[in-house]
Design a protein around this ligand. Sequence first.
Ligand code: FAD
Length: 506
Amino acid sequence: MTALSDHSVTVIGAGIGGLAASCYLADAGADVTVLERHDRPGGRTGRLEDGEFTFDTGPSWYLMPDVFERFFAHFDCEPEDYYSLTRLDPNYRVLFKDGDAVDIPADPDAVREVFESYETGAGATFDTYLDESKFVYEVGMDRFVYQDRPRFRDWVDTDVLRSLPAATLAKSMDDYVGDFFEHPKLRQLVQYTLVFLGGSPYNTPALYTLMSHVDYNLGVYYPDGGLYSVVEGLADLATELGVTLETGVDVTGIAPASSGGVELATTAGEHAADAVVSNAPPAHVDRDLLPDRHRAHDDDYWDSRTYAPSAYMLYLGVDGSLDSLAHHTLVLPTDWRSHFESIFDDPRWPTDPAYYVNVPSLTDDSVAPDGHEAVVVLVPIAPGLEDGEHVRERFREQVIDDIAAHTGVDLRDRIVVEHEASVRTFAKRYSTPQGTALGLAHTLTQTGPLRPGRRGPIDGLYYVGGSTTPGIGVPMCLISGEHAAEAVRSDLAGAPSLSSRLSLEW
Ligand SMILES: Cc1cc2nc3c(=O)[nH]c(=O)nc-3n(C[C@H](O)[C@H](O)[C@H](O)COP(=O)(O)OP(=O)(O)OC[C@H]3O[C@@H](n4cnc5c(N)ncnc54)[C@H](O)[C@@H]3O)c2cc1C
């Protein structure tokens, strides 16, 4: 990168994207300040502590270790300089609600046997499916994810598109996977990872079959102390690179500065910089922070987007052991179409939910006191759902009953610590539209150049994080940080800085 020695950049929000962008920008020589409204960094990658219990409030799956390695390598270090990783085996357990249970082992050859046990010939088909998934991952990461391709015409790279299997471009995941596997449970096994992208098998393009390579080949890791250890690592790296992190500062307005650059109104006073990188969602910036005349879109536009699910979350400190659960357990109804309909087509609280239970204390003694387990339950639900106290109380009872019925673990009377999060939590804490937990869904019309762009509606304003490109998830937000920093650098390098303009005016 050409140096940004004289330039100041302010980052709004210390989520993964904001922290990553601040590292790249400081490394390029910019004077970087991060303004975060909460009292600690991390955003949706959060941590909740209650007594001796520690919970990850958001992400708990450390996937795509290659992306983390690439990120730290840019700064001549490696993830292990900041946190320790354990590879999980099994990757996760699936408890189907008809009583069937299956562990997905870390070794893909052992997964092959699992597939064969459900359907004769599915083991060999799994090999073909996984080869295709690996190929799409490698082409996709190399040509579309690591390279920022902000314009539609950049995506229409006929050579690359021709090299991808046609079905991955033309079909939904559900149709694509149906060409490989007959057994409905096998189809579910290869499609559940779409939930990480905030999508459903019925509205997500088959290009995202690449997630199967992530799942089965690249493996599932656990950073000791939980995913928040990654945030601590990024914050430490940022500090080492000279970034100033100011917490407890809410940005309340953004406008072009009269002397060039961008001006921010904040709860700690006014603030000007040559460039501003917003890790706050574009919808929040447009609706709440920019003057009307500078908005990119009106309310109708933002209301009509397809948002990824919100989540009903329980964070539970539990007395005693939980034998039937693994570090990651998915509890799936055998027909999950109705749950996806309740998220995307006909928003309502699910009657037969598909959900995820995380018990990190099975791997890590430090997150729960002796004789106890730390448990996080995540039920994906429709964004924008009304979630008043009574609705939440009823749903909490339903979820605890469902866990008892389908995992054999009756948590009632064993809960010693309890916290909850729901639609309103995400809307209030992170200003996400409709209280989505994840951001804009990765539908065909909200993928790649069709997501909000890198550059905002006023000069000097940039976007980073899960609602821009490449998209949702901790690894994608790290990459987003690199792209945002590169956009700032290419626009500012060689241009006079705010401080030099001010000293000339002076
Ligand atoms: C429940 C849940 C489970 C998930 N599971 C996984 C998983 O297992 N694996 C995975 O890889 N990903 C997972 N994700 C997705 C992942 O957490 C997100 O994609 C990622 O953390 C989003 O980062 P971001 O860069 O978009 O920033 P955000 O996390 O959105 O952070 C933005 C920051 O900006 C701050 N901010 C906003 N507005 C302002 C303002 N006006 N002034 C000052 N500060 C402001 C916010 O406080 C916040 O700290 C999960 C997410 C959730 C919610």
